[in-house]
Write a protein that binds this ligand. Structure first.
Ligand code: GLN
Length: 294
C-alpha cells in the first residue's frame, strides 16, 4: 500500500485544502484556500505565489486547519480573517456586524459624485445604520483626496457596531476624523440631529419572508437586525421619508434598496409628496440605489 504523502509546502497545502472545501460545497474553493493561507502567513497573494515551495511551520498548519474548518461550515471568510475590503479600504469586521457588500460601493460612489458635482468644499451628512462604518468612512476618505470636508453623523443601535466604527475610523482616517458615531434608534428619533445636506442609508431592507430564503451562510452568521426589518422590508424607508418630510429637510437622500423594491418605494415616495427621484442599477442590472432630491 502506498501511503499518501503529507502536504508540506504552501502549494501542496493549497491543493489539498481547495479539494476539501470544494467537497464541502464551498464556492471558489481554491481562492478561499489561498486567501485563508495568505492570512495565516500574513502576506499578499503575490507573495504566496512567489513562496509556493516554502514549507509551513507547525503553528501555521494548525491555524490554517482551524480556518479551513470554520470555512467548511460556511462561516464567511471575512469573519474568519476579521477583515473586508470596501472601496479600496480595509475594514475590520466581526460577527454581529454586517459584512460590507460590493453593491454598497455604488451608493458611496453616487454620493461622492453628487457632492463633487456641486463644487462645494464643505458638506454635512447624516447616515442611518453605521455597521462597520464603511459608508461614512469611505466617503470622508475619498473627499479628503478632493479637498472637500465632510462632517458626518452616523447612527446605529448596536454598541458593538459603534465600537468597531471608531476603530475603523481611527485606522483609516487617522487624524482626519470628522464622523460622529452615535447610538440612536431611528424609530425613536424625533428630529434630525442637526442640519444636513445629505442623508445616506443602507438600511435592513429584506422582508421577513425573504429573510428566510437567504443563503444559510448569511442567515447563520450575519446579524439579523442588520438585514431585515422583521416586516415588509420597507419600515426604514417609511421612517426616513417620514422624518425628512416632518423636519422639512432640504437636500438629497441616497439609499440602497432591495431586489424588486423599486415599485413599492415609488409608491411611498409619491404618497409622501417626493416626486424628484431616480434609481441606479447594480452590477447585476438590479435597481439598487435610490436618489431623492427634496
Ligand atoms: N452601513 C453598513 C453597511 O452598508 C451597515 C448597514 C446595515 O447594518 N444594514 O455595510
Amino acid at each position: 500500500m502506498i501511503k499518501e504523502k503529507k502536504p508540506e509546502t504552501a502549494l501542496e497545502y493549497i491543493k489539498v485544502s481547495a479539494e476539501y472545501l470544494c467537497k464541502n460545497n464551498i464556492k471558489d474553493a481554491r481562492l478561499n484556500a489561498e486567501l485563508l493561507l495568505c492570512d495565516v502567513l500574513k502576506c499578499g497573494r503575490m507573495d504566496l505565489y512567489l513562496n509556493f515551495d516554502k514549507p509551513l511551520t507547525k503553528d501555521e498548519v494548525n491555524l490554517f486547519r482551524t480556518f479551513l474548518k470554520r470555512r467548511q461550515s460556511h462561516e464567511p471568510i471575512q469573519y474568519i480573517t476579521g477583515k473586508a475590503y470596501f472601496f479600496g479600504y480595509e475594514f475590520k469586521v466581526k460577527r454581529g456586524i454586517l459584512i460590507p457588500r460590493p453593491e454598497t460601493e455604488i451608493l458611496v460612489e453616487k454620493v461622492i459624485q453628487d457632492i463633487l458635482q456641486t463644487g462645494r468644499k464643505d458638506v454635512s451628512i447624516f447616515e442611518i445604520g453605521s455597521g462597520s462604518g464603511c459608508i461614512s468612512i469611505s466617503i470622508i476618505a475619498e473627499l479628503i483626496k478632493e479637498n472637500v470636508h465632510a462632517d458626518i453623523v452616523s447612527i446605529d443601535i448596536s454598541d458593538e457596531a459603534l465600537n468597531l466604527c471608531e476603530e475603523n475610523s481611527k485606522r483609516i482616517l487617522q487624524g482626519n476624523n470628522s464622523v460622529r458615531f452615535m447610538k440612536t434608534d431611528i424609530f425613536r428619533l424625533e428630529n434630525l440631529p442637526g442640519k444636513f445636506d445629505y442623508i445616506v442609508s443602507n438600511p435592513p431592507y429584506i422582508s421577513s419572508s425573504d429573510y428566510l430564503k437567504l443563503e444559510p451562510e448569511v442567515r447563520q452568521y450575519e446579524p439579523e437586525e442588520a438585514l431585515t426589518d422583521g416586516n415588509d422590508g420597507l419600515s426604514f424607508f417609511r421612517r426616513i421619508f417620514g422624518i425628512v418630510s416632518k423636519d422639512k429637510f432640504k437636500g438629497k437622500v441616497f439609499c440602497e434598496i432591495g431586489f424588486m423594491q423599486k415599485d413599492s418605494i415609488c409608491n411611498l415616495l409619491n404618497e409622501t409628496g417626493f416626486l424628484d427621484y431616480i434609481f441606479y442599477k447594480d452590477y447585476a442590472g438590479i435597481d439598487r440605489i435610490l436618489e431623492v432630491r427634496i
